[in-house]
Design a binder for this molecule. Structure first.
Ligand code: CA
Length: 162
């Protein structure tokens, strides 16, 4: 890709939703398929239905995505701005008995300097799946829950950058 004449190449028939970023050095577009939200070259799908963690990850996978991996403060803040504070959302984060630590589904290192656990979480050691939810007077944060509980989900995949 080296210019606007290439925009849309190979994407015929798709409706893309794009965000325009304007910098002093130029401008760029971050685009996603219909129903997905673009943010910094990534696309996010916020489900309206609820599934277990395994089903959630499988559903994201079927769409060419994975459960969301949060790797920065700006990504966390972006998600908070588009989520429904009455719902709870599965993250691509599970506890692995073998390594006795948390692991992101895309193998992103579990960076202890970029964590948004609610105070006191993760707590119960049998709760092996990460979830994002809002609590009155506390705001948004992560909670470890049982993986069989049915929750909403956030899927993430790479977007198209022009
Ligand atoms: Ca918990």
């Amino acid at each position: 890709m080296c210019g606007p004449e290439h925009i849309g190449e190979g994407l015929e028939g798709l409706t893309l939703h794009c965000d325009l970023s304007v910098f002093s050095t130029g401008r760029s577009w971050d685009c996603c398929s219909r129903g997905w939200r673009p943010f910094q070259s990534r696309c996010y799908f916020i489900s309206a239905d609820k599934m277990s963690w395994d089903q959630s990850q499988q559903n994201c996978h079927q769409m060419g995505a994975h459960l969301v991996v949060i790797s920065s403060d700006t990504e966390q803040k972006f998600l908070e701005s588009i989520l429904d504070n009455k719902a709870a959302y599965f993250l691509g984060l599970t506890y692995l008995e073998v390594s006795k630590d948390w692991r992101w589904v895309d193998q992103t290192p579990y960076n202890k300097s970029v964590l948004f656990w609610h105070a006191g979480e993760p707590n119960y050691k049998w709760e092996h799946c990460g979830s994002l939810h809002w609590i009155r007077n506390k705001g948004w944060g992560w909670n470890n829950i049982l993986c069989d509980i049915k929750q909403n989900r956030i899927c993430e995949m790479a977007g198209s950058h022009f």
